[in-house]
Each structure stands twice: as structure tokens, then as C-alpha cells.
Design a protein around this ligand. Structure first.
Ligand SMILES: Nc1ncnc2c1ncn2[C@@H]1O[C@H](COP(=O)(O)OP(=O)(O)OP(=O)(O)O)[C@@H](O)[C@H]1O
Ligand SMILES: [Mg+2]
Length: 208
């Protein structure tokens, strides 16, 4: 039985792009012929609402999205394990909920905006991940620059944080397309296609 890559998307901060990243990565992988599934553990159920809205609008959606909790994660993963290549776990910002979930993950993505407050929140999550021995990559999202901000580059070097080279730029259209499937051009503009390649490389390393 093939085992899917299970990737947690986790942060202490709201609004840093967790749900957007789950949907965008699933869209890139789905377009490349992989089978993604999103598990939504956040009480707000944004990933699930995104899919429901797309389906209600007759637009279709790239993958199934199911609700999950620490109590149901194992059952969900064993059902999905039969079919999925990638599972993205959209985690809530509550350590008591995300801790039991991330222990089921092969790695975690920790989104942060370039703000210092969000970076501090991401660092705290990374401490939890490190305590559990879970590999992670910090992801800079909603950036006004297309490259790593010098300030952030300095912080991650100082704190020895693993960070994805890919930086997700802030684009107004993201705030307007809730419930619209991402177009390939939009995924490219947001650099989620590059992030997918980088993620596959990191997973290749963690599974060796
Ligand atoms: N790259 C981006 N450019 C512009 N806006 C973005 C980008 N990524 C996300 N957003 C917007 O920022 C807001 C928060 O994004 P998202 O819902 O993905 O974050 P989240 O971390 O899942 O938040 P929450 O903690 O509320 O679940 C949304 O309005 C979303 O459309
Ligand atoms: Mg969310």
C-alpha cells in the first residue's frame, strides 16, 4: 500500500496563508497528475468552505476536503492512505489541537508573513515541531517582494531556521478568488509551482 506524504500546515498566527497554501499546493500537485487530499482541522473550516463554494458555483475543485480532528485523524489517514499521494493538513492555531496532528506528519510547512510578530509566532511553532523531531520549512507568504527580504534572511540565519527559498508574493487577486479554483497562471504568479518543486525536493531528502 503506498503511503501518502502527510504535510501539516501550521502556525500560531491567523491570516498567514495556511488555507491558501493548502489549496494552492493541492492545485499544483493535482494539475501534475498527483492525487492530493486536504484535511481541514481548523474550526473555521476555510479549506472546506473554499471547496464547497467552488462546487456550489459549478466550478469543481481539484481534490476532496474532509474535516478532521485529533480524534479522527488516524481513521482518516488510513482511509485516505489507499488513494492519496499527498495529504495537506490545515491546522488550527491551538497547540493542543495541532500537537497531536503534527505528530502524524512527515513534515510541516510554517507560513509567516514578513511581519516580525508573525515571524515570532512561526518561531514558537518551530520550537514545538523541533521538540517532536518533525522536519519543517518556514514559508514566507504575502510578501511585498518576490525575493527573501534581507531582514527575514537575517532572522532565519540568526535563529538557524530552515526556510523555503520560494517566497509567496502578496497579490490582491488572492483576496478576491475565494471559491474560485486557481488558474495555472495564478499559481505561477504566486510561485506555488516553484514551492511544489522545492517541497518535492525536501520530501525526497526526508524519505531517504
Ligand atoms: N499571497 C497572498 N496574497 C494576498 N492575499 C493573500 C495571500 N495569501 C493569503 N491571502 C489572503 O489573506 C487572508 C488569510 O489567508 P488564509 O485564509 O489562507 O490564512 P490562514 O492562515 O489560513 O488564516 P486563518 O488563521 O484565519 O485560518 C485571506 O483573505 C487570503 O485571501
Ligand atoms: Mg485558514
Amino acid at each position: 500500500m503506498p503511503t501518502p506524504h502527510v504535510i501539516g500546515i501550521v502556525s500560531y498566527k491567523g491570516g498567514v496563508g495556511k488555507s491558501t497554501t493548502a489549496v494552492a499546493l493541492a492545485s499544483c500537485l493535482g494539475a501534475a497528475g498527483q492525487v492530493p487530499v486536504i484535511l481541514d482541522a481548523d474550526g473555521q473550516q476555510d479549506s472546506k468552505a473554499y471547496r464547497d463554494e467552488a462546487i456550489a458555483g459549478g466550478k469543481g475543485f481539484i481534490c476532496p476536503v474532509a474535516s478532521v480532528s485529533p480524534e479522527t485523524i488516524d481513521a482518516r489517514l488510513s482511509e485516505i492512505g489507499e488513494v492519496a499521494d499527498y495529504v495537506f493538513l490545515d491546522c488550527p492555531p491551538d497547540v493542543h489541537v495541532f500537537s497531536p496532528l503534527i505528530t502524524r506528519c512527515e513534515m510541516a510547512i510554517v507560513p509567516t508573513t514578513p511581519s516580525k510578530a508573525d515571524y515570532r509566532g512561526a518561531k514558537r511553532v518551530i520550537e514545538v515541531l523541533s521538540d517532536f523531531g518533525i522536519p519543517y520549512g518556514m514559508l514566507v507568504t504575502r510578501s511585498e517582494r518576490r525575493r527573501m527580504d534581507r531582514r527575514i534572511a537575517g532572522w532565519v540565519a540568526r535563529d538557524r531556521i530552515d526556510v523555503f527559498d520560494t517566497v509567496i508574493p502578496d497579490r490582491q487577486f488572492v483576496r478576491e478568488i475565494f471559491g474560485e479554483p486557481f488558474k495555472p497562471k495564478q499559481l505561477h504568479e504566486l510561485r506555488y509551482d516553484r514551492l511544489t518543486v522545492e517541497l518535492e525536493e525536501v520530501l525526497g531528502e526526508t524519505t531517504q
